[in-house]
Design a protein. Structure first.
Length: 33
């Protein structure tokens, strides 16, 4: 959802979710996005 709100901007999405960018990347991989 955060990726949709940021138009797939992973850095901004990570900031919104208050997580590290690498954590976000691994979550994206695990969900197959």
């Amino acid at each position: 959802k955060a990726l949709v709100e940021t138009k797939n901007n992973k850095v901004k999405a990570a900031r919104i979710l208050k997580i590290d960018r690498m954590t976000l990347y691994s979550k994206i991989k695990s969900y197959g996005l």
